[in-house]
Design a protein around this ligand. Structure first.
Ligand SMILES: [Cu+2]
Length: 383
């Protein structure tokens, strides 16, 4: 469903990157977070970051390039055509109504073209997703499935694009098409009835996702499964996991002799660990001066202000380790408080949570079987 769109966008982006002379896409090698001499943006690891890149590459860069080239052209033309040798007697007029209307009106239109999509992005960054999911199992006969539309009035599922139906047979997931594969009754009402064109086979899972948090790929983003509490201090970060027993730890930069030259100023002693493909709510504050928690791969950058809690979110597409930095000048060691996030599978995340709870003297939260499986995963994942 998303592939053709993504492919054509990539092609367009490549063309734009060529035109604007920026080798941004050199960075698209998988997980190449740190590119020596790189000048482009880090590869996006979330739908929202991808949208931020599209905004930059398809709207901002072309506009900047065209305006710069146009002004340069005008300057060259004036220098050649209207210097004192080629144009010894200059004209004396001082007003031209038409040109004044144009050079006021065109910039206003350009600003509108920039502003409208940027408001959309700002809104998405600011509002934590609230999508809900219902999972039912097919029995070979049932065609009607209920989705409780119990959102606040302003966030209700009202249109086909607020709803997504996925059928999972265990080995593959198919995104169903509205009208062709299913019909929906009751948009804007308390209960939605999704009627499948053909009854899902016994054992097949029917996943219905609904909500107003729809990303640019057309996927409904689900509500957070966890909150990460971030507190900046001079000079490092404190992280807490309130949903899993409120254990917390400090995350400080590794000194030069404890890491590689590439990772120096990025690597930390304790990374944040989050599950892949799940929405993570991030609340950010500081305990001394203003810092900023910035994670480019997720298009997150938010001030950490003492006495105030800022909120944002991200939802990682891929596993891996992602780096960021404090982005508010906060004192002499401002550049020595990096951020490192490790995105792992759900089982590996649960194993990590239980290991942190053990350190804090708490019992495991997840059942033994899961943890056993997860520990295998976690050790395979360790560097
Ligand atoms: Cu700082």
């Amino acid at each position: 469903m998303t592939l053709p769109m993504a492919t054509s966008l990539t092609a367009v982006k490549k063309r734009i990157a060529l035109i604007s002379g920026f080798g941004v896409w050199a960075a698209s090698a998988a997980n190449a977070q740190i590119t020596p001499a790189g000048i482009g943006m880090q590869p996006a690891n979330s739908a929202l970051a991808e949208e931020v890149h599209i905004f930059h590459n398809l709207i901002l860069m072309p506009i900047i390039t065209i305006i710069s080239a146009f002004i340069l052209g005008l300057l060259i033309w004036i220098v050649i055509r209207y210097n004192s040798k080629t144009n010894p007697t200059p004209s004396k007029f001082s007003h031209n109504t038409m040109i004044e209307i144009i050079w006021t009106g065109v910039p206003v239109l350009i600003l509108l073209v920039i502003a409208l999509p940027s408001f959309d992005l700002l809104y998405k960054e600011d509002v934590t997703p609230d999508g809900q999911q219902v999972v039912a199992t097919g029995d070979g006969q049932t065609v009607d499935f209920i989705f409780a539309n119990d959102f606040p009035e302003s966030r209700m599922v009202r249109r086909p694009k607020h709803l997504q139906v996925i059928v999972d047979n265990g080995s593959e997931r198919r995104v169903m098409k509205n009208r062709a594969d299913y019909r929906v009754d009751g948009f804007g009402e308390a209960n939605l009835v999704v009627s499948m064109a053909t009854p899902p086979v016994a054992g097949e899972r029917v996943i219905i996702r609904g909500g107003r948090s729809v990303d640019h790929r057309g996927n409904v983003t689900l509500a957070p499964t966890m909150t990460l509490k971030v507190t900046g201090y001079q000079w490092g970060w404190n992280y807490a996991y309130p949903d899993f027993g409120d254990f917390e730890f400090l995350s400080n930069m590794l000194p030069r002799d404890q890491t590689t030259p590439e990772l120096y100023l990025r690597a930390v002693d304790n990374r944040i660990v989050v599950p892949v493909g799940e929405t993570v709510r991030v609340t950010i504050t500081a305990r001394d001066v203003i810092h900023a928690w910035a994670l480019p791969a997720f298009a997150v950058k938010l001030d950490a202000v003492p006495g105030r809690i800022n909120e944002t979110w991200f939802n990682a597409d891929r596993e891996g380790v992602y780096y960021g930095q404090c982005s508010e000048i906060c004192g002499i060691k401002h550049s020595f408080m990096p951020i490192a996030v490790e995105v792992v599978s759900r089982p590996a995340f649960e194993a990590w949570v239980d290991s942190q709870r053990a350190l804090a003297g708490m019992d495991p939260l997840f059942d033994a079987d899961t943890v056993k499986l997860a520990q295998g995963d976690a050790s395979a994942h360790a560097e």
